[in-house]
Design a protein around this ligand. Structure first.
Ligand code: TMP
Length: 212
């Protein structure tokens, strides 16, 4: 099963992955956590290029292709083999980030063109479940400001990030069966509780309770 976490900046995705994985492992699942862009040696090198604050001249088309290059590598090297081995994968961002940021955010490349390069990079690998950690953009950016990894995209305008959030909501409306939204403005423990409840109901539709 392939689960992705999405959300605007500062929504706290990353801080939730490890505790979720530990909870699932304790419940007997074989879990693998990873992130995009990154998750492979090549992907992490590409991440560095995309997010380098000094690369101010990077065109959105270049940016879009670099994300897909990192994505093609993680799909082939990590995601497909592990999913074929029936592992449960939790991934911090995946192609919905491309649609939200490079599509809705920049408003330069039509979504249909982005979908074509995503299709090439992923060979059609779609998540079983995508959770949107939803949060007001200003709150997210101010949270992020207090942390260390401030990247080139964080430095885009607040309007850019507002369009990203609207984009996520539109993507969710297009595929309601794949998406679940969790309110990321809640205290961390409440967000973690909601995430567990969402994942549990997908893994376990009969709602047999897993241990805390
Ligand atoms: P994060 O690790 O803080 O989520 O940083 C990843 C950044 O990359 C974030 O600003 C969103 C951005 N991003 C895209 O713009 N497109 C993509 O396809 C992906 C995976 C990430």
């Amino acid at each position: 099963m392939f689960i992705t976490l999405e959300g605007p900046e500062g929504s706290g995705k990353t801080s939730h992955l490890k505790p979720l994985a530990e909870w699932l492992t304790a419940a007997g699942k074989t879990v693998y956590t990873t992130r995009e862009p990154g998750g492979t040696s090549i992907g992490e090198q590409i991440r560095h290029v995309i997010h380098d604050l000094t690369n101010t001249e990077m065109h959105p088309r270049t940016e879009a292709l670099l994300y897909q290059a990192a994505r093609a590598q993680i799909v082939e090297e990590v995601l497909r083999p592990r999913l074929l081995a029936a592992e449960l994968i939790l991934c911090d961002r995946y192609y919905d980030s491309t649609l939200a940021y490079q599509g809705y955010g920049h408003q330069i490349i039509p979504l249909e063109e982005l979908r074509q390069i995503i299709r090439f990079a992923t060979r059609g690998l779609v998540p079983n479940l995508t959770v949107l950690l939803d949060l007001d953009v200003e709150i997210g950016l101010s949270r992020k400001g207090k942390q260390d990894e401030w990247n080139r995209l964080d430095a885009f305008t607040v309007d850019f990030h507002r369009r990203v959030r609207v984009g996520y909501h539109e993507l969710m409306a297009l595929e309601p069966a794949r998406w679940v939204v969790v309110d990321a403005s809640q205290p961390w423990e409440a967000v973690q509780r909601d995430l567990r409840a969402v994942i549990q109901s997908r893994l376990n539709p009969l709602n047999v309770v897993l241990d805390d």
